[in-house]
Design a protein around this ligand. Structure first.
Ligand code: FES
Length: 107
């Protein structure tokens, strides 16, 4: 099996279908998808050279109303539901700091 190195220190999985249902839902005009906004605020790019992978997935089976389902791959035992009007800057700060200690203990 071929192995490819990556700079990722974790992976954030964001439901792309939730984002599509909200027609973006975030940003100044409320039309930016959460994954794109997270990448921008965290200052991480796309692809394997980013320090943190932010990836849009298919439906995660949670399907919250007016919100986006999200999983921090470093704490997969706790899934997040990000409401449409959530403070993304605060969420980004939490992601940049790493998973919460309580969440770490759950895994
Ligand atoms: S549509 Fe996002 S979890 Fe199902």
């Amino acid at each position: 099996m071929k192995q490819v190195p990556s700079a990722w220190q974790g992976a954030i999985l964001v439901c792309g279908k939730c984002s599509k249902k909200l027609d973006g839902g975030f940003g100044k005009k409320g039309r930016t998808p959460l994954a794109k906004l997270l990448r921008k605020i965290l200052g991480v790019g796309k692809g394997r050279k980013a320090t943190l992978g932010v990836v849009e997935t298919r439906c995660l089976g949670l399907c919250p109303r007016n919100a986006v389902a999200m999983i921090d791959g470093r704490a997969p035992g706790t899934w997040l539901v990000v409401p449409k009007d959530a403070d993304v800057a605060e969420l980004t700060a939490r992601l940049a700091a790493g998973p919460a200690p309580a969440a770490r203990n759950q895994t």
